[in-house]
Design a protein around this ligand. Structure first.
Ligand code: UD1
Ligand code: UDP
Length: 368
């Protein structure tokens, strides 16, 4: 029998594990592929819970996370560790998803070792290096070095063409986040937090580095105002463990009677919370993709997005980290049922649940 091709799947943070899980599952069913999983553990706890939910046991774990890690040190440590792994593993191809420091360093290390790199969720752009920071730079670098671009939508394919990438190297696959969502959302899901059933649930997440400081304080003040003005809502906010977020969120919001601050939810309970929510307020990339598929309006705590499709369809709205706009737009959706219905239509511009299959087909044909 011909030797199997070694596919190394690299991941570091919670969303990467969620979005790579369907790819790993599909690859493991391929007779030609030897699948190896590398967790950089740029996130620790949040990564581990997703890996355990999807039953993924990393073959290599770099355990890289440090408290409040700085970008330069994180990048330097990752590059050195990845270098060792590539030397010892000698993969035929490396796959990584998205725009984190893990992904950018994986692409760069592969370039130095002349190992082909497949970029999952390729071509997302805001065309502004400061927003999101540092993700726009990370994905531009990863894209420039990639052998294959697995673009989630045609608009991400267009971005790559605009940057001069060859159309032959781009495949529009859909986003694997929808594969993961469909694998999960149909199951019986427990939220595990007791909520007041008489109140409408507003679900919140926030973690963007460019919002740290005053913009994030404004977000928290707006949530506080909404909670005081609307005793008929309950805000559930699983707080990101980054100290720049956690400390401020607890300082401003911990005394509000109808706001529940909790630890990051495990993936399945978080999907349960999204399904239960009336409205979602978030700066998360993944949530912008999942919520429209579940028919939940999202107010995005950013001034721009690399995911314009749902905004153009009118089911996601940008409100920035802007106190007045957050309060006004959320209040509008709480008060006006027809405006709410317009945004709660259940549209999935980001995929059909078959993205992983398409990615694996490209690799199978390449190695055939
Ligand atoms: C990272 C990514 C971001 C992605 C986000 C998803 C970079 C630079 N940032 O941001 O693109 O959208 O993950 O959530 O790649 N921490 C813990 N436990 C954990 C995870 C994080 O305590 O399980 C704390 C640590 O103090 C850590 C800090 O959060 O140092 C920041 O983690 P880091 O991965 O650098 O940045 P994120 O803000 O999580
Ligand atoms: N998520 C989760 N628990 C939470 C919040 C989010 O499991 O408490 C999931 C969510 O369903 C989505 C992903 O984490 O798939 C988004 O991750 P995050 O917002 O950290 O990163 P981003 O998508 O912005 O890179």
């Amino acid at each position: 029998m011909e030797k199997k091709k070694k596919v190394l799947c690299v991941m570091g943070t919670r969303p990467e594990a969620i979005k790579m899980a369907p790819v790993i599952r599909a690859l493991k069913q391929q007779p030609w592929a030897e699948v190896r999983v590398l967790a950089t553990a740029q996130h620790r706890h949040m990564l581990d819970q997703v890996l355990s939910f999807f039953d993924i046991e990393p073959d290599i774990d770099l355990n890289i996370m440090r408290p409040n890690q700085a970008l330069t040190a994180l990048t330097a440590r990752l590059l050195l560790e990845l270098d060792d792994v590539l030397l010892s593993e000698k993969p035929d191809v490396v796959l990584a998803q998205g725009d984190t420091t893990t992904v950018m360093t994986a692409a760069l290390a592969c370039f130095y070792h002349r190992i082909p790199f497949g970029h999952v969720e390729a071509g997302l752009r805001t065309w502004d290096m400061q927003n999101p920071f540092p993700e726009e730079a990370n994905r531009v670098i990863a894209g420039r070095l990639a052998r294959w671009h697995f673009a989630p939508t045609d608009s991400s394919r267009q971005n790559l063409l605009r940057e001069g990438m060859s159309d032959a190297d781009i495949v529009v696959t859909g986003n694997t986040v929808i594969d993961a969502l469909l694998m999960t959302a149909s199951k019986e899901l427990e939220l595990g937090i007791s909520l007041d059933n008489t109140k409408r649930l507003v679900l919140v997440t926030s973690h963007r580095r460019e919002n740290f400081g005053e913009p994030f304080r404004n977000i928290c003040r707006a949530l506080k105002m909404l909670s005081e003005r609307n005793p008929d809502i309950q805000i559930l906010y699983p707080v990101h463990p980054n100290p720049n977020v956690r400390d401020v969120a607890h300082e401003i919001l911990s005394d509000c009677s109808n706001i529940i601050l909790c630890e990051p939810l495990d993936y399945a309970p978080f999907i349960a919370a999204m399904k239960r929510a009336y409205l979602i307020i978030s700066d998360s990339g993944g949530v912008q993709e999942e919520a429209p598929a579940l028919g939940k309006p999202v107010l995005v705590l950013r001034e721009e997005t690399e995911r314009p499709e749902a905004v153009e369809m009118g089911v996601v709205k940008l409100v920035g980290p802007n106190y007045q706009r957050i309060v006004a737009e959320a209040q509008h959706l709480l008060d006006d049922s027809s405006a709410y219905a317009e945004m709660a239509r259940g549209i999935s511009p980001y995929g059909d649940g078959k993205a992983a299959e398409r990615i694996v087909n490209v690799l199978r044909e390449h190695f055939a």
